[in-house]
Design a protein around this ligand. Structure first.
Ligand code: ATP
Length: 219
């Protein structure tokens, strides 16, 4: 399969983190920033690092971006540059353009010019961190939406030695067990009559209220 290609405009903390993670995940990554030091910091990690002004149409056209899979506009402060490069990226035919917004007005303008997704990194991280704090007993929770999560859960004491069928977890607790981790073995297709042990870790999916209730059991 051909490597995916992404361009990241702006190497603040967000842009740098996105670019480095995409590169570490095996994608071809082009980064553009007007600051030579920022370019230098990522030059050895990404595929291409170009110093330039993202509002420079000729420079952007010379990069041949039309075959890229996606663009990430990670410029918050400079609204004009953020909007300009979003318009140009869409005009060049990049199918998916994601942009970081500084505030609601910035997000509105980005949507008007055709951005595919707006992100508020600080706000979104804050919400995720707070939810993880509230669900403190769980480790490795994946938030699917503001109401639903998947998480790893220690087997409550009283479930030790009982099967999923006996416990009737779906009906009694509104949770679905989608996997059982025994030592280092992961079973992603647990049989209804499989007996649980208090050493096991369950992978469960459910709404956050049900997950919070079950949390009380493993305290
Ligand atoms: P973060 O919060 O992610 O650290 P930020 O929103 O505070 O980022 P910005 O001031 O938006 O940071 O700048 C992000 C990067 O975008 C900087 O490295 C800056 O050099 C670059 N940048 C800003 N304007 C342009 C432009 N017109 N052309 C190229 N790069 C730019």
């Amino acid at each position: 399969m051909a490597k995916k290609e992404f361009v990241v405009f702006g190497l603040g903390r967000f842009g740098k983190s996105v670019a480095a993670t995409l590169a570490e995940s095996g994608c071809n990554v082009l980064v553009v920033d007007s600051n030579q030091e920022k370019i230098q910091e990522l030059a050895d990690i990404v595929t291409y690092a170009v110093k330039g002004d993202v509002a420079d149409v000729e420079m952007l056209e010379s990069l041949g971006l039309s075959n890229f899979d996606g663009a990430i506009v990670a410029i918050g402060e400079n609204l004009e540059a953020s909007v300009m490069v979003t318009i140009l990226a869409k005009e060049m035919g990049i199918p998916y353009v994601m942009a970081k917004a500084q505030n609601e007005l910035h997000a509105k303008v980005l949507k008007k010019v055709g951005v595919d997704q707006v992100v508020f990194p600080e706000k979104e991280t804050g919400i995720r961190v707070a939810h993880n704090l509230v669900m403190g007993n769980f480790f490795n929770a994946i938030e699917l939406s503001s109401n639903f999560s998947i998480l790893e859960l220690d087997v409550p004491e009283e479930w030790d030695g009982h099967s999923l069928k006996e416990l009737n977890i779906r009906a009694k607790h509104s949770l679905n067990v989608i996997g059982i981790k025994k030592a280092s073995e992961m079973n992603i297709n647990p049989a209804p009559d499989e007996k649980l042990s208090k050493e096991d870790v369950l992978i469960v999916i459910g709404d956050n209220d049900s997950l919070n209730r079950i949390k009380e059991k493993v305290k």
